[in-house]
Design a protein around this ligand. Structure first.
Ligand SMILES: [Zn+2]
Length: 75
């Protein structure tokens, strides 16, 4: 009797998982593509051995602007 109800619950859980994965994918694309023109960003990494940090720059080849810089520690 309750067999159909269990199936529906499983399908709802799968849908929830799918939508969460899509949001994650969207987040990744937002990081890798220019927010102005949608071109793929070109990443450069500069390693500063004195302070042991990696500076990450993202440039858009179409807009010729620097989108963001990030510092990563090397430890
Ligand atoms: Zn751009």
């Amino acid at each position: 009797m309750d067999g159909n109800k269990d199936k529906e619950t499983i399908q709802e859980k799968q849908l929830l998982f799918e939508s969460q994965r899509d949001e994650h994918q969207f987040f990744l694309e937002d990081q890798n593509f220019c927010c102005l023109c949608g071109s793929k960003l070109v990443f450069h990494h500069k390693i500063d051995y004195l302070s042991l940090k990696v500076q990450e720059d993202a440039d858009c080849p179409s807009c010729r602007i620097r989108m963001k810089t990030k510092d990563h520690g090397l430890q």
